[in-house]
Design a protein around this ligand. Structure first.
Ligand code: UD1
Length: 364
């Protein structure tokens, strides 16, 4: 029997690990252990995802919580090392690019435990993004590199990764999306807010580069003020962004927009419903660029770069940066139907987790 630690910490990890963990539970010879670092701890950022994705309670919960990057990563390193030493897994699986991902990879590599990285090789080439550092470190330490798009393989080879460690498996986040789409259609999220299908814009915003500066956040809110005059906006707000709006005294600006619906962070199914039925999604998230591409919904990304270029070349994604003029005009173009129709990228077919677990079974 091979013991596998599946590590999760923050919201975007849960929908990536869920199909892998479930597949492992049903695979002879593997004993998956679900480890939640507690990087995200609010019910709305964590527990609801476990319930809706059918994940069991974590086997191990570390309660690491928030802090500066150094503090949080330090606590993660200390707590993850303790459980890896005590339980000695045969493999550690990490997903995505959050601080929990990198810390688990560092601990495992130093203890001589093989590491598998799901969503390997993505690069924004912007080291100002904390996630980019996490990606580079995690990939450098991983023994199995599972990539979701071609650019991942190219970037890894360019950085000198061994070709036999790289496996193009597709996108596990899409496994969850396709597996839950039918249930999401029964969500009452739209009715609760009072929105009509395909007659609203959906916004998410949480990147430090967008929300941790007063002028930046003010300017993006200014763009939203113009958009909500044309179409209602629903904005499920991340705790970080809520905090920054208060800190910069932007609450009044937000309150002055009658058609901006600021709501709490949504669960998986409600958010999926909001995405599916939006006329356009404006976001700085990584995963949402991928999900909108598969759903065929136009996505306007409030960043200058993306580590997921296939969403631009094949999908429905357009990068506009933080310039309010570009944000507003891209949103209006999408609302007027002038947008990319997009294609689903190769192997984003709902079966990535099966490929991953098969490769793991053969190699561990
Ligand atoms: C983290 C990830 C980011 C991911 C995002 C999704 C890193 C470096 N960043 O960013 O890649 O896209 O999750 O949400 O790992 N907070 C709460 N409750 C919570 C969690 C956070 O109130 O459950 C607040 C705290 O004030 C905290 C802040 O949000 O300081 C930021 O949380 P943190 O985990 O540091 O990073 P995120 O911005 O969520």
């Amino acid at each position: 029997m091979k013991k596998v630690f599946n590590i999760v910490g923050a919201r975007p990890n849960f929908m990536k690990i869920a199909p892998i963990h479930k597949r492992m539970q049903a695979t002879a010879g593997l004993v998956p252990v679900l480890v939640h670092t507690g990087q995200h701890y609010d019910g709305a950022m964590s527990k609801v995802f476990f319930e809706e994705l059918g994940l069991p309670e974590p086997d191990i919960y570390l309660g690491v919580g928030s802090g500066s990057h150094g503090e949080q990563t330090g606590r993660l390193l200390v707590e993850l090392e303790k459980v890896m030493v005590a339980d000695r897994p045969d493999l550690v699986v990490v997903v995505g690019d959050v601080n929990s991902t990198m810390a688990a990879a560092i601990d495992a590599a130093k203890l001589g435990i093989p590491v598998a990285h799901v969503e390997a090789g993505l690069r924004s080439f912007d080291r100002g993004m904390p996630e980019e550092i996490n990606r580079i470190v995690t990939d450098a330490l991983s023994d199995l590199l599972f990539v979701s798009e071609d650019s991942g393989r190219e970037n890894l080879l360019h950085e000198g990764a061994r070709a036999d460690r790289i496996h193009f498996v597709g996108n596990v986040m899409i496994d969850s999306l396709l597996g839950h789409k039918a249930r999401a259609e029964t969500s009452t999220a739209l009715a609760r807010i009072g929105l009509d299908r395909k007659r609203y814009a959906l916004v998410t915003l949480h990147r430090p580069s967008n929300v941790d500066s007063s002028e930046g956040l003010r300017s993006i809110l200014g763009a939203l003020a113009r958009i909500q005059r044309e179409v209602p906006i629903v904005f499920p707000i991340h705790p970080r962004t809520r905090k920054m709006i208060e800190q910069y005294g932007l609450g009044e600006l937000v309150a002055s927009m009658p058609d901006l619906y600021l709501i709490d962070p949504q669960g998986y199914l409600d958010f999926l419903r909001l995405m599916m039925d939006a006329s356009v999604v404006l976001t700085d998230s990584g995963g949402i660029q991928e999900e909108t591409t598969v759903l065929g919904v136009p996505c306007v990304t409030l960043r200058d770069n993306t580590e997921r270029p296939v969403t631009v070349t094949l999908g429905t994604n357009t990068l506009v940066g933080m310039d309010p003029e570009r944000i507003v005009s891209a949103a209006f173009e999408a609302l007027n139907g002038h947008c990319k129709t997009g294609k689903v990228p190769p192997l984003w077919d709902g079966h990535a987790s099966e490929r991953i677990v098969e490769l793991i079974t053969n190699q561990v």
